[in-house]
Design a protein around this ligand. Sequence first.
Ligand code: SF4
Ligand code: SF4
Length: 112
Amino acid sequence: MTYLVLDNCIKCKYMDCVEVCPVDCFYEGENMLVIHPDECIDCGVCEPECPAEAIKPDTEPGLDKWLKINTEYAEKWPNIIAKGTPPEDGEKFDGEEGKFEKYFSPEPGEGS
Ligand code: SF4
Ligand code: SF4
């Protein structure tokens, strides 16, 4: 199994998760992060750290789409190991429905 970053990370991108991951398996897109499913050791420490509750284990039903997105973009985006500056308006988007369809960006972030 693995943990996955889901829809609500988009445009919130608080990055509290990267500070606690023992294997540095987060990757940074322009407006969200993903987890590399082959590198995640399923420790679960990142899940309660995410203020947006955007991290879930793949054992929860209905996450096939997110397993694909995390797998694909972990290969394309740069690794991030230190928390950067979160977007100033992140809270405004926290909890909004349909963020993937409205805002997902395939562009890479800066990484660290
Ligand atoms: S803490 Fe949550 S919202 Fe922030 S980058 Fe990590 S997964 Fe995204
Ligand atoms: S579950 Fe553990 S290893 Fe996997 S992304 Fe979260 S902190 Fe990293």
